[in-house]
Each structure stands twice: as C-alpha cells, then as structure tokens.
Ligand binder design. Structure first.
Ligand code: FUB
Length: 334
C-alpha cells in the first residue's frame, strides 16, 4: 500500500471517522447529476448511469439473456462512504440502453444491521438452482469499522423481490464480497480489504462457508474489490491495488490460476487509475464480447460521488488481458 492517508477499508487501524473517507474532491452538489443522453449511440457512453451516483459495478449475464449490473449507490451530498444506504440494479440487452430496475434493498431492511444504517458497500449477486443471492457488506454495529458482515438477500428474480436472509456466519470483518459459480456448479466466496484477500467454498445453500477461508496467495499489492471470472479454463482474480501517486489512485490489477482458490500468478494492471480515489470493477462476457466495468468521478468531480462505466476488454492470444481503454461520454479515449 502506498501510504494512503485514508484507507476506506475496515482493517485500517486509522478508522475513518464517520465525517468521511474523502481525501479530496469538489464540493458536493445538492442537485441530481444531469441526465445524459447517449451521445454516440454505440454503447460507449461513459458513465452509463447518470440519474443517480453509482459505484462498484458487479456485472452478470443471467438466463434471460440480459446483462445485470449490481452497483452500490453514492449519496449526494456525500459524507465519505458512510451514507450509502441502498442498492439499485441496472440491466441492458445491448450495452446501449440501460434500464433502472429500481431499488432492491436498503439498510433499514437489514434487521441485523448497524442501527444508524448507511455503509451499504460494494455488492455482488449469484444464481443457483432458481434463486438469486445478493451479497452485500454492511456493519452490524455502530462501530462500523470493526463490525462488517456479509449479508445475503434472496429472490426468485434478478432485480426485484429481494428479502434479507441474514449473513454468512464465521467471517472476519472484511468487505467487497464476490461469488463465482464454476462450471460444475460449485460456488466460491471471496472478500477482503486492508491488504487481505480470502476465498473459500460455499455450501449448496450459498449462505455458509464449506470448510475454511484461505488467504489468496500470489497477488500483488491487493487492496480490495475482488472479482473472479473464468475464460478458457483459466481463473482470473482482479482487484484494486493501493496505488497513490501524483493525485492518481487505485489501479485495477489481475492474477491468474488453474485453480479457483489459487495460488495466483500476478499478471499486471488492466485499468489505469480513473479520476476517482477508488476503483472497483468486474469482468464479464456478453454476446461474445468481454467487458470491463469500473467507476470514475467524471460526472461529479468528487471522489465520493462516483459513476459506473464499461468498456470493451480484450485478451491476448496467451490469455493475458490488454489494458482497457477508458472512454468518455462521446466514446473518446480518456
Ligand atoms: O463503495 C464503498 C467502497 O469503496 C467499496 O466497498 C470499495 O471497493 C470502494 O470502491
């Protein structure tokens, strides 16, 4: 970690006061961001959600053929990351037109959650045997820095009807859940923060760890934001690092393995720092094209009013990932 003054993850002994996890950023606006029309019509509009501020996009393609994105929701005016208290879902069938599927869960729906609410951080969603499982990090106590749990809500639909079912027992106070379901149906759970990334098997009920969680070995400067995907028999674990130089922050890195729980071989950076203090992403194939999802602060110019973006992602013949070209509203390289 490159000596960040503020570590928004919980392991930081320097627990961030609820006054905020912002290091820099322009003054917050009290008005919603402008609605931006698709300027070029080719799906490269970034950010692709402008009605509200969104971050930490976890993208999945479900059986109905649509691509769904499960982000967290930054609240304006921001107070660091502590007022984030609800989740919306977005879907598309062409990467051009996006539907806001509406709110699926808020802090007040979580009976075991922090009494003051807030802190609904980066989520993920998984599907197994007819049920969608929505995983979300949320503190269980007022002392949010030390009481994180990974909550689970379930539904028979991908973007509505989620009901809180409790949390995964026996985990540490870490954030950013990721659930990867392998081709044989075995589900794996990952989470982390504060330089630690852990993974383990999930039982068939998708709510209990099967065995013990293991520290993921071989990552380079892991910070948070674990995402696992598979391509051509190779497992990829991507994540945000601790980069912090000359006003630039998190890069997105990745590592590969022949085993979903590693050990991993570090491969490099695939997304350079955006204009935001954090980054957090996912990688998914949709209609034959791979995409990288991530966030930036290009609508607000405020680190804690973030907006989700997507760009095409390409592999080299040897399976390594080419650096993602980030584009703006007009599809112009940033
Ligand atoms: O959005 C809140 C937190 O910021 C996420 O959990 C981290 O990954 C970072 O993006």
């Amino acid at each position: 970690m490159n000596k960040r003054i503020i570590n928004i993850t919980l392991l930081a002994a320097l627990v961030i006061a609820t006054a905020g996890c912002s290091k820099k950023g322009a003054a917050a606006k009290n008005t919603p961001p402008p609605v931006i029309e698709d300027a070029n019509g080719d799906g490269r509009k970034n950010p692709f959600v402008s009605q509200i501020y969104t971050a930490d996009p976890s993208a999945h393609v479900w059986a109905d053929g649509r691509l769904y994105v499960y982000p967290s929701h930054d609240i304006d005016p921001p107070r660091g990351c502590d007022l984030m208290d609800k989740y919306h879902v977005y879907s598309t069938d062409d990467m051009v037109t996006w539907k806001d599927e509406g709110e699926i869960l808020r802090a007040s729906d979580v009976d075991w959650g922090r009494p003051e609410g807030g802190f609904m951080w980066a989520p993920d969603c998984a599907y197994k045997n007819g049920t969608y499982y929505f995983y979300f990090p949320h503190p269980s106590g007022t002392d949010w820095g030390n009481t994180w749990k990974i909550g689970v809500a379930t539904s028979k639909s991908p973007a509505s009807g989620f009901k809180s079912q409790g949390y995964i027992a026996g985990l540490e106070s870490l954030i950013d859940p990721c659930v990867f379901v392998d081709d044989d149906g075995q589900a794996y759970f990952y989470y982390g923060g504060g330089n630690i990334c852990k993974g383990g098997k999930l039982k068939d009920n998708m709510m209990e760890i099967d065995g013990t969680m293991q520290t993921m070995q071989g990552l380079n400067d892991f910070h948070e934001a674990t995402w696992v995907h598979k391509r051509n028999g190779i497992y990829y674990l991507s994540y945000a690092d601790n980069f912090d130089e000359a006003g630039k922050h998190n890069r997105m890195k990745y590592a590969t393995s022949k085993n979903p729980l590693g050990p991993w071989t570090y491969q490099g950076v695939y997304i350079d720092p955006t204009d935001s203090f954090t980054d957090h992403g996912s990688i998914v194939e949709f209609k034959g094209q791979w995409y990288a999802f991530y966030h930036n602060s290009s609508l607000s110019h405020n680190d804690w009013l973030r907006s989700i973006c997507a760009n095409k992602l390409y592999y080299n013949a040897d399976g390594t990932i080419r650096k993602v070209i980030q584009t703006d509203l007009n599809g112009v390289k940033l």
